[in-house]
Design a protein around this ligand. Structure first.
Ligand SMILES: *[C@@H]1O[C@H](CO)[C@@H](O)[C@H](O)[C@H]1NC(C)=O
Ligand SMILES: *[C@@H]1O[C@H](CO)[C@@H](O)[C@H](O)[C@H]1NC(C)=O
Ligand SMILES: *[C@@H]1O[C@H](CO)[C@@H](O)[C@H](O)[C@H]1NC(C)=O
Length: 706
């Protein structure tokens, strides 16, 4: 009599998957991309984790043992923990040799040997006070350590940054005096006269103990510097440093143009070689080949357009020839790395809601995808057939994989059909934490015909507790609208907008990638220019209808929309043109007025390009897509969220949106974070964000099966 009852209870328990709550998501391990050692036998693997109980973020430094793929497959326990410490105590991890790891802790560069009995760190050097060293690169042949460093324009000397900072702090008032644009960027005000350069220290190596003490500014006397941000686009090989910077004769607020220069560390003070050929757009992914003979980067053609197609470009020093490798390829890679033998390149690029690792074999040859699923954040070629890959999906944060290709894995190979033994997962950091709770939320692709016949893609996630036998209209829908607008919902992990969190809270999730989204070819991305309110709006509306048709279990009467940044613009636009019938919406750091935003935002190149000019020149273009002009049509209850340190879409836009709602008697609530920028990054603030957002949804459409 008891047995069948127990079986029954067991069945019920097995079906009832526990919720993966926002706090569970926030406290899931956050692994970073792995960094292979120079001999490819080890990798640095750093994992951050939030502990809710004491509200601390800890960082764990692990060393992965990659020796012998076959053994690795058999014995998966080759992860060695070196330390766990507050995140502030370790960043910029690099290899100084095949068995020496270094990292920055405060102002010190520390080292330890992975081969030694003790991994107690010792000091390599102390960076000069106030220089904020970042982006460290080391070359073992030349002994050069190069890093981004803050200096004062008045002396350009790393050793004088601390004194300059002190004099500035002691100036006796808090006034900032500025004579040109870019008075602030992202979440930081510009300090007049304080700039970023590249610093150099030569390290000496005595029996594996590295040291150094002298610091030089390698851009001193060249007129090159970065006005407001640390320099991140540079590459060191031997005594050469390639660096991409905005030239200082153009306005940093209205241009994206960058130029590539090469500095010879043996001839500091000489004029750097100017490599880029003409007046083009932004440059990223700067990478010197291992043998130093070539320089690769990703080049955008149009100055001012931050979402232009990135073209793999290679400069050969011997011939002074610059070649575009992927001009005829309709994808926009976002990272580059040379093959071990310096003959070809690897990288990552968005492709239809994923980020795939690619091989770029040569100029004009079609790139080959190496893997299909999920989103790859980095690829490290250990040799021509083995790769270390860091990749995530909507169901798990970054994990580290080996990709073991057979000889002759050539173009034409279908990466959909890659056998499992070629993709071997090395780390399982988040598995125990997630504990199968996201298995039911595997994102499904849907495609539909959008505006002007373009095929449009969306992701759908089913809610927790979903069963194919559930009747029509069982579940509410969370309709997610991404920012950018040149961006995309990819099958990747995020701690800010994580679709699985809504699915686990009991919502169907629909995330459309409308006109303007990236990863679907350049034309689809470009078509949003001067079409902010029509093409993407129509695509979202058609996608919404397509999802409701395909998934009748969604309750048409219980749908809500959520969006940040451009998604917040779209929430306000939808409120003025509501054809969806959303019961409530969530606006985060968006826009009420296109014209006001032009005058208060920092990266002016963006509205100039999106609206084809300034409000002085093309006021109609701004007014055509101005949500403020339709504010009297608003009816939908809206939660307004705003970060006080958001200098992109400033807090007056959040306040204005809330005023428009409250003044017209529309149900609304204001959630303000004085210490957050365009993103809510602090875990305790993100917990509050999720609590308020899910409460708002629940109040208006409930959650889970009806
Ligand atoms: C490539 O590297 C992997 C990992 O270190 C190693 O197991 C493999 O034997 C190497 N293959 C070749 C062809 O060198
Ligand atoms: C960082 O430096 C501090 C101060 O010297 C030290 O107490 C701490 O152990 C160091 N942490 C790591 C991870 O090196
Ligand atoms: C839709 O929801 C509203 C409450 O938001 C309710 O009054 C109405 O009856 C619902 N309509 C249907 C068809 O279920």
């Amino acid at each position: 009599m008891f047995a069948p009852l127990l079986t029954l209870l067991g069945l019920v328990a097995a079906n009832a998957v526990e919720q993966f709550t926002p706090v569970d998501m926030l406290s899931t391990p956050r692994p970073q991309a792995a960094i292979a050692s120079p001999d490819g036998l080890h990798a640095i693997s750093v994992v951050d984790q939030w502990n809710e109980a004491d509200d601390t973020m800890s960082r764990t430094l692990n060393i992965l043992d990659l020796d012998g793929l076959e053994q690795l497959k058999e014995n998966n326990k080759r992860i060695r923990k070196i330390w766990t410490a507050p995140t502030s105590q370790g960043h910029d991890f690099i290899w100084l040799s095949k068995d020496t790891v270094a990292y920055v802790n405060g102002s010190a560069l520390l080292q330890f040997s992975i081969g030694a009995a003790t991994t107690e760190p010792t000091k390599v050097l102390d960076f000069p006070e106030g220089t904020e060293p970042s982006g460290l690169q080391y070359d073992s042949d030349s002994g050069a350590l190069v890093f981004s460093a803050a200096v004062w324009e008045a002396n350009l000397d790393l050793d004088k940054t601390g004194a300059g900072d002190k004099a500035y702090e002691d100036r006796g008032d808090s006034g900032l005096v500025l004579d040109d644009l870019f008075v602030r960027h992202w979440d930081t005000w510009r300090i007049p006269g304080r700039i970023y350069t590249l610093g150099l220290a030569r390290l000496s190596n005595r029996d594996g103990a590295f040291s150094g003490s002298k610091f030089e500014n390698i851009l001193k006397g060249t007129g090159l510097y970065s006005q407001m941000d640390a320099i991140s686009e540079f590459s060191l090989r031997g005594n050469s440093v390639a660096v991409a910077l905005k030239p200082n004769d153009i306005s940093v607020a209205t241009h994206t143009r960058m130029e590539v220069y090469v500095v010879n560390l043996d001839k500091l003070g000489d004029k750097p070689a100017h490599i880029t050929p003409g007046k083009l757009g932004a440059v990223s992914g700067v990478e010197l080949s291992g043998d130093g003979s070539k320089l690769a980067w990703l080049q955008m053609a149009e100055d001012g357009y931050e979402s232009d197609k990135r073209v793999v470009t290679v400069h050969t020093f011997a011939s002074s020839k610059t070649e575009a490798w992927t001009k005829n390829w309709d994808r926009s890679p976002d990272s580059l790395v040379w093959s071990a033998d310096s003959s070809s390149l690897y990288g990552t690029a968005e492709y239809k809601g994923r980020v795939l690792p690619y091989h770029f074999p040569a100029a004009g040859k079609l790139p080959v995808p190496l893997l299909f699923d999920g989103s790859t954040s980095s690829i490290d070629p250990l040799n021509h057939s083995t790769f270390l890959i860091s990749r995530s999906s909507m169901q798990h944060p970054t994990e580290i994989f080996f990709l073991d290709l057979e000889e002759g894995d050539e173009p034409g190979h279908d990466p959909h059909k890659r056998p499992a033994e070629q993709v071997f997962q090395i780390t399982h950091y988040s598995e125990a934490h997630i504990a199968g709770r996201l298995d039911g939320h595997k994102p499904e692709d849907i495609w539909f015909e959008g505006v002007d016949g373009f095929r449009v893609h969306a992701w759908v996630l089913k809610p927790r507790g979903w069963s194919k036998d559930d009747k029509a209209g069982s579940y509410p829908l969370a309709f997610l609208i991404h920012g950018g607008p040149q961006g995309a919902w990819d099958d990747s992990w995020s701690t800010r907008w994580n679709p699985a969190v809504y699915a686990s809270a009991g919502y169907f999730v629909v995330a459309v990638n409308p006109t303007g989204s990236t990863g679907y070819g350049q034309e689809f991305c470009d078509r949003i220019q001067n079409h902010w309110g029509d093409r993407p709006y129509q695509d979202l509306l058609i996608g919404y209808g397509a999802a409701l048709d395909k998934y009748p279990q969604i309750d048409k009467n219980r749908t809500v929309a959520l969006g940040a940044s451009y998604g917040g613009f779209m929430v306000n636009w939808i409120n003025g043109h509501n054809s969806f019938g959303f019961k409530a919406m969530v606006y985060h750091d968006g826009m009420l007025s296109t014209t006001d935003t032009f005058f208060s935002t920092e990266e002016l190149w963006f509205p100039l390009r999106e609206f084809e000019g300034s409000p002085m020149d093309v006021r109609d273009n701004y007014e055509r897509w101005n949500p403020m002009n339709h504010v009297s049509n608003w009816k939908t209850p809206t939660l307004v969220v705003q970060g006080g340190l958001d200098f992109r879409l400033s807090e007056s836009m959040g306040i204005a949106t809330f005023t428009a709602l409250q003044f017209q008697g529309i149900e609304s609530r204001f959630l303000y974070f004085p210490d957050e920028n365009h993103w809510v990054l602090k875990p305790h603030n993100s917990r509050r964000w999720h609590t308020e957002v899910l409460r708002w949804l629940d109040q208006h459409v409930g959650h889970g099966k009806k």
